[in-house]
Design a protein around this ligand. Structure first.
Ligand SMILES: C[S@@+](CC[C@H](N)C(=O)[O-])C[C@H]1O[C@@H](n2cnc3c(N)ncnc32)[C@H](O)[C@@H]1O
Length: 217
């Protein structure tokens, strides 16, 4: 799905399936409850940026949870992929501002957000892209950056292979999901390559949370 010439029908179906996959494995409800919601309220509207929104289900879910909790949160979500933008524009309005952009473009515009998040982005990046993304993230975030990704593990690989077998050939979820697990990090590997100030934690089930408190030094 990273190939700009990949099949658009399969890509759109993959975006649709991300919502179910993320609900099952990504743990954002827990991240919202423990790390985002405590920063909301106190009579202010907070801001949050999601980098690499894909099918847009995660920023849409966070917007829904915050609204249900009566908490003010303005969410911007970016992705450089034109078909991702086209896909989310076809969904019912969820109060999220979706934009076709990279984190570097927002840095160049001098934008800042209280919180910066991403999901399943880190393992897509090569070394230089990861360094740039983490630098952009701390530049853009006033309070906290939270990057949520897969942790590489044999058991998770086998479980995902079996669970997504029915999707094989009907979207990129099965093949790209397995490739993503193979390209993802173990906790110690990620710890060894992130700059000082970043913290790597394990989260159930077989997830890594890479977090940074405060803005860039
Ligand atoms: C595997 S998808 C994950 C989508 C979504 N966050 C999710 O978890 O379902 C990775 C997304 O990141 C986007 N992406 C890749 N590199 C990026 C970058 N440097 N900045 C922003 N988005 C990027 C891709 O276009 C793709 O839509």
């Amino acid at each position: 799905m990273d190939d700009p010439d990949c099949d658009s029908v399969l890509l759109e179906r993959t975006y649709r399936q991300f919502a179910a996959i993320n609900r099952l494995v990504s743990g954002w409800r827990r991240v919202y409850r423990t790390r985002i919601r405590p920063r909301l309220g106190s009579g202010r509207r907070a801001t949050l940026l999601d980098i690499g929104f894909g099918g847009g289900d995660i920023p849409r879910a966070i917007a829904r949870w915050a609204a249900r909790d009566g908490l003010g949160l303005d969410i911007t979500a970016i992705d450089p992929e034109p078909r991702a933008i086209r896909y989310v524009r076809g969904l019912p309005d969820a109060g999220v501002r979706f934009e076709r952009a990279t984190s570097a473009e927002l840095v160049a515009r001098g934008e800042r957000y209280d919180m910066v998040i991403s999901n399943h982005l880190l393992h897509h990046l090569d070394d230089d892209e990861r360094v740039d993304l983490l630098r952009d993230s701390t530049t853009l975030a006033r309070e906290v950056s939270i990057h949520n990704d897969l942790a590489r593990a044999r058991l998770g690989y086998a479980a995902f292979a079996v669970a997504t077998l029915p999707l094989r050939g009907r979207s990129f979820a099965h093949d790209d999901g397995l490739l993503s697990i193979r390209r993802s990090y173990r906790r110690d590997e990620l710890r060894a390559i992130v700059p000082p100030g970043w913290r790597v934690e394990s989260m159930f089930p077989q997830r890594l949370l890479l977090t940074h408190e405060g803005a860039a030094e």
